[in-house]
Write a protein that binds this ligand. Structure first.
Ligand SMILES: [Zn+2]
Ligand SMILES: [Zn+2]
Length: 135
């Protein structure tokens, strides 16, 4: 039985449904993921043979493929949020974990491409944590 996941972009224009199972969950610290996310890493779920259906906002989708690489991303042209990329040639859907509105049933399996991480990306688990913006 396949699981049904739903998600959306920040402005709400783009919504989707994904039927399938997440098999891999990687935190990718490569320079491309750092650029596209603006932060330490992307958090990408990989769902082989999953079916991605756009429920709204398909006309708002933009697609970017970095020439000469497998790097591609799909994002909302209104708010810029990353949304799933249907990598048909690879037979899988790549889902940025942050765009999901449903719970994720697996936990991150690995940090990858640590050899290109930012120089400030060290021991982040040791940084003080607050429930909201501290004073
Ligand atoms: Zn949006
Ligand atoms: Zn990456």
């Amino acid at each position: 039985m396949s699981h049904l996941h739903t998600g959306s972009c920040l402005c709400g224009a783009v919504t989707f449904e994904l039927a399938g199972e997440f098999k891999k969950f990687f935190l990718c610290h490569c320079s491309r993921c750092r650029k596209t996310s603006g932060t330490a890493h992307c958090a990408n779920l990989f769902a082989p043979d999953a079916t991605l259906s756009w429920l709204s906002g398909e006309d708002k989708l933009s697609f970017y493929h970095l020439e000469g690489t497998r790097f591609a991303r799909t994002f909302c042209s209104v708010c810029g949020s990353n949304v799933p990329t249907d990598a048909k040639a690879r037979g899988l859907v790549i889902v940025p974990a942050g765009c999901l509105d449903t719970d994720v049933d697996i936990t991150p399996q690995a940090h990858i491409f640590m050899n290109s991480k930012g120089n400030w990306d060290n021991h982040l688990g040791d940084v003080p944590a607050f429930d909201e913006m501290p004073n």
